[in-house]
Every structure is written in structure tokens, then in C-alpha cells.
Design a protein around this ligand. Structure first.
Ligand code: SF4
Length: 386
């Protein structure tokens, strides 16, 4: 079945121009444009597989309704193509009340679903096509082990992100399982402070009301923790947060007792890490006038790539090629708010210099296909050809 859909996938997502840029050492020159493409960008192995499975599901179950629980990955173009291919979205308002049954096929997204959602679909007898990425499953395995051994899973992630919700639910497979989600260093520092010094339980619970497992008691549940991550977070931040917790436990209980109270496991996926490393290396080696980061506004790994770039150079995060409105105007998402924040766009004027050489750096999130990257390059060529 893989072979049967291979042609369809290539036609939908391949770009000859991107292949050419890659073959030319990730550098492209045309007119007054010099473009540097990150050496790792776009579709990761997990997304590649998820999209492949979705196309295979349509081919394998002709005549049956095929549903996605929601977005398969956070890319508007890919999700629209799947809709055009006949896949329906259970997250759509007119599908939400739908009664599913054994005749229905349900595709589970790359970032997984919660334990209770999985049980619901299984109980209904649906045929499940599980595209949960292996890297996400590795995180789940660790979180389950923490719960088994009486450690609270402290997850560096966004509490509203599907992957983090799914990962947190794994902690509750055991009766004493607990979780706490921290989104950044600031929240981690507040938790570390409680570990070191204790504090006001009610204030703590109010702050983490949406981010802690039911019945969470910081006085009991912060005595032993294991760190985990949403796989698409900023790697540097995740590592720093792990170190912050290690230091807090070391101070509270002493070095000899550290292993009894603290565990860590690097659960940033290699694809996320490679894309972050590649963009840092591009910025270290090339002097670019601006960076363009392409990917869904709700894509966590894309937002983090944009954050890395924006700390170094003028950066525009765009969702699709037609965000490049003209050589004067660009529509983009301001860099900074988390991917789970309400999507917002602004239009910036005079984003490209009207004359002279222009050096642009380009990267794309793990859910952005090559045809979109190729269209961005073509549009840049057009705007700089005069
Ligand atoms: S970003 Fe990483 S964890 Fe997520 S689907 Fe891709 S490879 Fe898997």
C-alpha cells in the first residue's frame, strides 16, 4: 500500500527547486537574492510517516468514512490536502456530535491522543490507524515508568498542546501517578523554589491549577520527580530546566540522596534537535539580512525555530507562501507567544530592501512540506528579480 500512495505523496509535497538548492549546498542565487537554506528543515520522520499512513488509510479502506481526531500535524496546507483527499476531521463543529462505530476508521495524529480518547475509540470498535511518532512513545514510556516508581512526571511543555496532554495522561495509568507541566524557566524556577523552601500550598495550586494532575499536593508530590519534555520544545531550555531541578533536589536532600528524588531523561526528539542545531549553524556561518521561518502558527517546533532566529536577526514567521504579499508587505506571526496562544498575524511594510543585494536565511518547521518551501523560494525570487 505504501507504494500505491508514493506517487500521490510525491506529487503533493515534493519540490524540484528545493532538491536543486539542497544539491547546490543549501545556497541559491538568483538576481539580487542570495538564499541560505538550513541544512535540516521541513518534514521530520514522524510527520512523514503520519502523512503517509493517512494517505494509505484512504486507499486501504475504500467506501468507509476515514476520520482524523483533529489536525494530523500543525500545518494548514497538509490538513487541507487531507480534507481534499476525503478525510474528515472530528474536531470540526459539524462532526463533533457524530456517533462513531465499527465501520469507521480513525487516524490518530503524530503527537498522539490521551489515554481516555484512545480507550473511547477502542470501545466504540473503530478501526484505528495510529500514527503516534516513535519519539513521542519514548517519552510516554518514561512517564509511565516514573508513575510506576512513584515519581511525579514534570513535563516541560505547553499544557494545551495535544502532545503534552497525551503525555500527561500517561502518568495517570497508575493510581499514584502524578504530573505537573511547566512551560518555561520562570515556572520551573517557581517549582524549584517550592522544592527547596516549601511555600504557600494554595498559591502554588492556584498558579498550576490547569497544569497539575487532579489532587496534586506540592508538599507530597514534589518529593520525587522525573523530568520529561514535549518533544518540540527549545532543547536549550529543556536542558536548563532539567539542571534547575537537579540543583534544587541536590540542595534540598544532598548529593547522596539525589537518585532517590530526581530522574531525568532527554526526550527532545532528534528531528527537533537537528532543526534547531541547523538554524543556529546557519546563523553562525552566514551573515543574513533576515530569516524566514515557514510553518503553522500553532506548530510548537516552528515557533521555537522562529524564537532562535529572532534572538539573532530580523525574523518573519509565515504560515504559507502567500503570506509574502509583495516586495513591500509581508503577513506574519509575531515571534514570542507560545504556539498554543490564539493565532495572530500582523502585516509589516518595507520588509525587503527595494534595491541592492539581499541575503535571506530560510528554514521550515517539522510539519512543513517541501512544496511549500519551494513556493516560498519562488516567491522570493519574483520579489527580488527587479
Ligand atoms: S517533531 Fe519529533 S516527535 Fe514530533 S513527529 Fe516529528 S520526529 Fe516525531
Amino acid at each position: 500500500m505504501k507504494e500505491a500512495v508514493a506517487g500521490e505523496l510525491a506529487a503533493a509535497y515534493h519540490s524540484r527547486l528545493v532538491d536543486e538548492v539542497r544539491a547546490a549546498g543549501f545556497r541559491h542565487e538568483k538576481g539580487r537574492l542570495t538564499l541560505h537554506l538550513a541544512t535540516e528543515f521541513g518534514f521530520c520522520y514522524g510527520v512523514d510517516r503520519a502523512v503517509d499512513y493517512a494517505y494509505q488509510a484512504v486507499a486501504r479502506f475504500p467506501g468507509r468514512s476515514v476520520f482524523l481526531t483533529g489536525e494530523i500535524i500543525h500545518n494548514p496546507h497538509v490538513n487541507e490536502r487531507l480534507r481534499a483527499n476525503g478525510i474528515r476531521f472530528l474536531s470540526d463543529p459539524d462532526e463533533r456530535a457524530r456517533q462513531l462505530g465499527p465501520e469507521d476508521v480513525v487516524i490518530l495524529p503524530a503527537f498522539g491522543v490521551t489515554v481516555s480518547e484512545m480507550k473511547r475509540f477502542s470501545d466504540l470498535g473503530c478501526t484505528l490507524v495510529d500514527t503516534t511518532c516513535g519519539s513521542v512513545l519514548t517519552v510516554w514510556k518514561n512517564v509511565v515508568r516514573y508513575a510506576q516508581d512513584g515519581f511525579t512526571a514534570v513535563i516541560h511543555g505547553k499544557v494545551k498542546h495535544e502532545e503534552t496532554r497525551a503525555t500527561a495522561s500517561q502518568a495517570l495509568k497508575y493510581p499514584n501517578g502524578r504530573y505537573l507541566v511547566v512551560v518555561d524557566r520562570e515556572e520551573a524556577a517557581a517549582v524549584c523554589d517550592y522544592i527547596r523552601n516549601g511555600g504557600d500550598r494554595q498559591i502554588f495550586l492556584a498558579r498550576f491549577a490547569q497544569a497539575a494532575s487532579p489532587g496534586f499536593d506540592p508538599d507530597l508530590d514534589l518529593q520525587r520527580i522525573g523530568c520529561a519534555n514535549q518533544t518540540t520544545m527549545l532543547m536549550s531550555e529543556s536542558l536548563e530546566i532539567g539542571d534547575m531541578f537537579r540543583d534544587a533536589f541536590r540542595e534540598r536532600y544532598g548529593e547522596a540522596a539525589l537518585l532517590h528524588h530526581f530522574r531525568a531523561f532527554d526526550t527532545i526528539c532528534s528531528a527537533t534537535q537537528e532543526r534547531q542545531d541547523a538554524v543556529i549553524s546557519l546563523l553562525d556561518s552566514q551573515s543574513v539580512d533576515l530569516m524566514i521561518v515557514v510553518g503553522g502558527y500553532n506548530s510548537s517546533n516552528t515557533c521555537n525555530l522562529a524564537k532562535i532566529c529572532a534572538s539573532r536577526v530580523r525574523t518573519f514567521h509565515i504560515a504559507v507562501p502567500n503570506c509574502l504579499l509583495s516586495g513591500d508587505r509581508i503577513r506574519h506571526r509575531p515571534v514570542g507567544p507560545p504556539s498554543t496562544a490564539a493565532p495572530s498575524e500582523v502585516v509589516t511594510e518595507d520588509w525587503l530592501p527595494p534595491s541592492g543585494r539581499i541575503i535571506v536565511g530560510l528554514t521550515a518547521g517539522a510539519s512543513t512540506p517541501n512544496n511549500i518551501v519551494g513556493q516560498v523560494i519562488e516567491t522570493l525570487e519574483r520579489f527580488t528579480s527587479a
